[in-house]
Design a protein around this ligand. Structure first.
Ligand code: ADP
Ligand code: MG
Length: 394
């Protein structure tokens, strides 16, 4: 078990919390504050225990001086202050005298948010390359380091891994919940254990398939991913998205696991995404101009039958182009089946999490993982550097 924030006496200590405040912004306005809200539990815990809180976070990617304008954490500090119900001191500097003075003046129960850690990337990618000097500089600002930025745990950057190496450390509540829930669903020995994959690219998910297919009982494949499999099996898929380079991989996988891999039997096709209508066609009857955007009615039934009695399910990737009202049905039908049958389901993947929200299933699943890449790598069986670096409990 990893050390957590609860293992430390935080009173009067300068506690550096690495949060994931990487919220989507448009014209300087926050368009989704989920990540800020998800950070509150750990921040509030530290404040309740009289810590001097110093928050580090990144926001977007910083490649040019202009990127700084659109990726300042200042608007986040304003919203965070409202949500915490107290002032959030903001340091425009990621290093330098302003930051040092603000840290030195912190009183117990104060919060300081430091500007986007990736501003340091303009100087030889110091943040993203885990520069030792920068790590040391930030570590010197605090007494204890808490990693609560689950979304960046698959990266070894100065603000998560670099600082953690140099201070007494632990994980925050958000990271703790994520890894506990993921571990539970991956390791629990209950069956049927079913994985549902969708989304776009097979190649992005080959490692995940490799790790998961020997352990699960069925692998259901929908979304655009399914067309690479269907084409590999000799079907005409018309103009549907597929990956040439993954064809032989898919063919071999189906040959190796003929009873585990479950594929669509019909799909909603149209000549383009902009067209106002679609028709449902059986696999094998596509014409060259048909493009598949969602699973069809028979497939929905087939997938639901396959999920019957499941003890645990992992979803990674939507069944269709859920962003369009015409092609939500497949994804919705799967979510609806899982939630009405109370099947223990973990949702992983950024777009999958977005689809759950958009389709009205928020709060209805066992767990919706907040980290896209981090969760994918965890499910691939990889160690996440942001978690490995944290000390284990004695
Ligand atoms: P996640 O982020 O959950 O891992 P992906 O990034 O792999 O999921 O894929 C999500 C995207 O896949 C969505 O934007 C969705 O529109 C798209 N998608 C799903 N089915 C299809 C399809 N049949 N054709 C084109 N795009 C699709
Ligand atoms: Mg995605």
């Amino acid at each position: 078990m990893k050390k957590t924030i609860k293992d430390y006496d935080l009173s009067s200590k300068k506690v550096i919390i690495r949060c994931d405040l990487n919220v989507p912004m448009q014209d300087g306005k926050i368009t989704d504050e989920t990540r800020i809200k998800a950070s509150l539990k750990t921040i509030n815990y530290a404040l309740d225990h009289k810590a001097k809180v110093i928050i580090l976070s990144h926001l977007g990617k910083i490649k040019t001086e202009e990127d700084k304008e659109n990726n300042s954490l200042y608007p986040v500090s304003v919203r965070l202050s409202e949500l915490l119900g107290q002032e959030v001191i903001f340091s425009k500097e990621t290093h330098g005298p302003e930051l040092e003075t603000k840290v030195a003046n912190l009183k117990d129960g104060d919060v300081l948010l430091v500007e986007n850690t990736r501003f340091e990337d303009l100087d030889n990618k110091k943040e993203s390359s885990c520069d030792p000097e920068l790590s040391k500089y930030w570590a010197n600002l605090g007494d204890i380091f808490i990693n609560d930025a689950y979304g960046t745990c698959h990266r070894a950057h100065a603000s998560n891994v670099g600082v953690a190496k140099l201070l007494p450390n632990g994980i925050g509540f958000l990271v703790e919940e994520e890894i506990n829930k993921l571990d539970e669903i991956i390791n629990e020995d209950t069956h049927p254990y079913i994985v549902v994959m969708g989304g776009k690219k097979v190649s992005d998910k080959i490692k995940l398939i490799e790790n998961i297919i020997p352990k699960c009982d069925k692998l259901i494949i929908g979304g655009a991913m399914a067309y690479t499999f269907l084409k590999a099996l000799g079907n005409n898929i018309g103009g549907s998205i597929y990956e040439e380079d993954s064809l032989s991989y898919c063919k071999n996988l189906v040959a190796k696991y003929p009873n585990k891999i479950i594929l669509p039997v019909d799909t909603k096709v149209s000549s383009s995404l902009d067209s106002p209508t679609y028709i449902v066609k059986e696999v094998g009857t596509f014409t060259d101009s048909d493009i598949g955007f969602d699973i069809g009615t028979k497939t929905i039934k087939k997938f639901q039958d396959c999920l019957e009695g499941a003890k645990r399910v992992i979803i990674n990737g939507p069944m269709g182009v859920f962003e369009s009202p015409l092609y939500q049905e497949g994804t919705k039908a799967i979510y609806s089946y899982l939630t009405t049958h109370n099947i223990k389901t973990l949702i992983g993947g950024g777009d999958s999490a977005a689809s759950v929200k958009q389709l009205g299933f928020d709060g209805k699943f066992y767990h919706i993982s907040t980290g896209g890449g981090a969760t994918l790598e965890y499910l691939e069986g990889k160690d996440l550097p942001g978690i490995s670096v944290i000390n284990n409990e004695e």
